[in-house]
Design a protein. Structure first.
Length: 176
């Protein structure tokens, strides 16, 4: 008997040992996988969700870090500005220790003159003083209590004990 060309080759390997042939079910599964492409397994989905969760948590932490970093830079800039302002105020304070500077400031701010000097004010054609000097800012403005504030105070004080209610000064009440 001569081998015919249509016959299959015998399995390779030791003689007498046959390879198991795949069953029809295994062939069907392999064909289905080849047709649909790679599918995600349960493990792959769990791993993907863990990675997404970690990225989300690191993103929020990075955002908080960035905000704090910018706040630190802003506070450092504010510290520098305040130190410069303090230095400027200390320089001004040292200048006020000099009697010549105090005299200069009194002449400029208040129009004061030394004894024996004559102070002049220039009056314009319209009758107004030219180069008017600013008023001293040390004088506080009088506190004025309006009549309607006094009235509202009595409404608020109606339910309180009379010994605890402050009395408004009638001299400060304006009747406008």
């Amino acid at each position: 008997m001569s081998p015919s060309p249509a016959r299959k080759r015998p399995p390779s390997g030791p003689r007498g040992v046959r390879r198991p042939q795949p069953t029809s079910r295994v062939r069907a599964n392999a064909a289905a996988q080849a047709r649909t492409g790679p599918r995600f397994t349960g493990r792959a989905l769990v791993l993907l969700s863990v990675v997404v969760l970690l990225v989300g948590s690191y993103t929020s932490a990075l955002h908080a870090w960035w905000d704090q970093r910018s706040e630190i830079h802003a506070k450092r800039a504010e510290i520098v500005e305040r130190r410069e302002a303090i230095q400027e105020l200390e320089n001004t304070k040292r200048r006020f220790d000099d009697p010549a500077f105090i005299e200069q400031q009194a002449r400029e701010r208040f129009g004061w003159v030394m004894p024996g000097e004559v102070g002049y004010r220039v009056i314009g054609v319209d009758g107004k003083i030219q180069g008017e000097l600013p008023a001293p800012s040390d004088i506080p403005e009088p506190t004025v209590v309006r009549w309607y504030n006094v009235l509202w105070g009595t409404v608020e004080a109606a339910g309180r004990d009379p010994r605890d209610t402050p009395v408004a000064d009638p001299d400060k009440v304006l009747t406008e």
